[in-house]
Design a protein. Sequence first.
Length: 313
Amino acid sequence: MSGALRIAWAAAAALFVLPGPGAAEVAVRATIDPPKVHVGEQADLGIDIRGAQTAPAPSLPAIDGLTTRYLGPASQVSIVNTQVSTSITHHYAVVPTRAGTFTIGPFSVTVGDKTYGAGAVTLEAVAGGNAPGGAGPAGDQLTLTLSTPEPEVYLHQRLPADVRLAVGNVRVGDLQYPIIGGDGFALEKFNSVGQWREVTETGAAIDTGGVLADGSKVDGPIALRNAILSRPEAFATVLTERLMTYALGRGIEPSDMPVVRSIVKKSGPNNYRLESIVQSIVESAPFQMRTRLESAEPTTRVAQSQGRPVSVP
């Protein structure tokens, strides 16, 4: 038996030896971070469900003075000394619109045919002032608008866009301008089937000039390539996010970004080679502990060993 086959069988055997996550006792708790904010600032409300891999998001009651928005779930699987533990956390954005002390909850979560309860959390909102560290509150103090002179344009027609940020009586730091795809104009001389052209079908000259968000001037494919090469870590970050999305079978979550940045940093000395990025993704914790939602219909996998098929439920 080859070494690769022995490893595959050892991994398969481990799946039968390890206890299933369903045997764990379910526990539910609610947290709010931070517990004290200024009016207009956002706090993260988390409903943590331990001992379950899937559970529906509980609905939040409407509370006067608070706006809430569901951000999505974050699941986790860990194996310690052959013991499997699972958890899923539902995250909500909570923003107070007035000063006061708010009680959110209690909450109830249904797992299987049982209902579990979690206590309430308290959020204190104070009026005025800036957030610690100099970052001001958001809410209606900041307004971002994007406008265009025409609601409809023809394919390949240039359209000017006006982006305006209105700032109220708050302090704004670490401002980043939106990125508008100047790279699309740089490749305009390629038509829909990849043929090079100097004019459009109507005979109009093609202008490939543009400016990227960082101020780099782009006037064609060569300039676009040089702009990308000038910031290889940015390109490698986007590439790593796309590859991880494919590898994990799900979208990238904020909790995955430290891993993405670590992979990009690790691949830097290797000139951001694809081989280095892929190897780091395979070795990363999200990939090693990835889970797949069970299919709605039962399936049967067949393993081949020494010419004899073995059915695995």
